[in-house]
Design a binder for this molecule. Structure first.
Ligand SMILES: *Cc1c(COP(=O)(O)O)cnc(C)c1O
Length: 391
């Protein structure tokens, strides 16, 4: 049971917990909601799409009436590409704030789209700060948009979007946010943090299954986006206009995934919304980090930037440790962990999102301790060099 007193669903027998930031462990009712076929043109499915859009918008809190929600087929990256290509005009220029793989991917997307951009690359574990954004914008008046990653899932760092937003609008520019792994668990309220558009997807903090993403954008930006996109299928304006006119998606929607997502949204509300979801994930992280530290593991990030979404740990220095073996033995114990994505030090990641609570995280820590013993690793302390890199 969690703070919100909503019971957590254990996976079915033999199914491991996914300690990965999407796909993640979903509840049985979410899976069960997929056991029915829906006609994409039918009034019932159109109503489901509308209900989903309304529920997602409501998560923005007060001020949400200036925004609209546009679902988009594909994985989260498709929605990021759709957002960048639809809201940055062809003669626009972006400042991409990167501190990991997803920031790098946003820059690569802009290169594919033929949009001009500059990159602020902070490496693996440092956040882009408001004063840095202010400086770059002051030096380059051609920049029209800032692209920020809310939670950089490759390290788990929670980036300071509030100060980034302040710097962006103080300079008269516009902010686009990849909130993929944060939306639904970390508040991003329209009346608190100014932005033009954000993206997230079905299989992150709302705890649905993979199959689509969604763009939440200011209505004025949606209107102005007509003709910007150089992709037919990823044109957010076209999808929005068609959906508002007909209630339908332009091309075949992932009907079962939408049905499952609606179930996930109901559970999200029942749990207590964004605050309760974030509190449960925060508790997951606290239990995990405390337990792993007791085993000698160290986190990549200092406490201040640790997100409640996913945590990166350094691999132990002990020569008996190998990530492949650790992974396989953890899986035997019912937990699928995630390889690291750092450039410098060896690491692995453990996700805190999905149908899990503190009790499950205690089992994860116990499994890690048993696995270390099985591997003959006496202490999980990382190499001194890895810690020196960190600040
Ligand atoms: C998951 C994620 C994405 C999208 O990844 P897909 O594999 O395309 O779903 C984008 N940005 C961030 C920060 C993410 O966590």
């Amino acid at each position: 049971m969690t703070a919100g007193s909503v019971p957590i669903e254990a996976p079915r027998l033999g199914e491991p917990y996914l300690l990965t930031p999407g796909p993640l462990t979903t509840s049985y009712p979410v899976k069960q909601a997929m056991l029915r076929d829906w006609g994409s043109w039918d009034a019932e499915f159109r109503a489901m799409t509308q209900q989903m859009r309304d529920r997602l918008l409501a998560l923005l809190g007060p001020g949400s009436e200036d925004f609209d929600c546009v679902p988009m087929q594909g994985s989260g990256t498709f929605s990021v590409e759709a957002m960048l290509g639809s809201f940055i005009p062809r003669d626009g220029k972006a400042l991409v704030l990167a501190n990991g793989a997803y920031g790098q991917r946003a820059a690569l997307t802009l290169a594919y789209l033929g949009r001009d951009y500059v990159l602020l690359d902070k490496g693996d574990y440092l956040p882009p700060r408001g004063f840095e954004v202010a400086q770059i914008l002051a030096d380059d008046p051609a920049i029209s948009h800032v692209v920020a990653i809310h939670c950089e899932t490759s390290s788990g760092i929670l980036n300071p979007v509030a100060e980034i937003s302040e710097a962006t609008y103080a300079a008269g520019r516009k902010l686009l946010i990849d909130s993929m792994s944060a939306f639904g668990a970390i508040a991003l309220e329209a009346d608190q943090i100014r932005f033009e558009a954000l993206v997230s997807s079905a299989n992150k903090c709302i705890e649905g299954v993979p199959g689509f993403g969604f763009i939440i954008a200011r209505k004025s930006e949606l209107q102005a986006a007509e003709g910007n996109s150089n992709s037919l299928s990823l044109d957010v304006h076209a999808q929005w206009a068609h959906m508002n006119k007909t209630g339908q998606w332009r091309f075949t929607p992932p009907t079962h995934v939408v049905a499952a997502f609606l179930e996930a949204l109901r559970a999200h509300e029942l749990e207590g919304g964004v605050a309760a979801r974030g509190a449960r994930y925060g508790q997951n992280r606290d239990v995990l980090v405390a337990g792993m530290r007791e085993l000698g593991f160290e986190t990549l990030l200092t406490q201040r930037w640790l997100s409640p979404i996913i945590v990166t740990f350094f691999c132990p220095a002990d020569p008996n440790f190998s990530f492949e073996r650790f992974y396989a033995l953890m899986k035997q114990r019912g937990f699928i962990i995630y390889p690291g994505k750092l450039t410098v030090a060896d690491s692995f990641r453990v996700g805190c999102i999905g149908q899990m609570d503190g009790a499950v995280m205690r089992q994860v820590v116990a499994a890690a301790g048993e696995t270390l013993a099985q591997m003959g690793v006496a202490e999980a302390t990382p190499p001194a060099l890895a810690l020196e890199e960190r600040q």
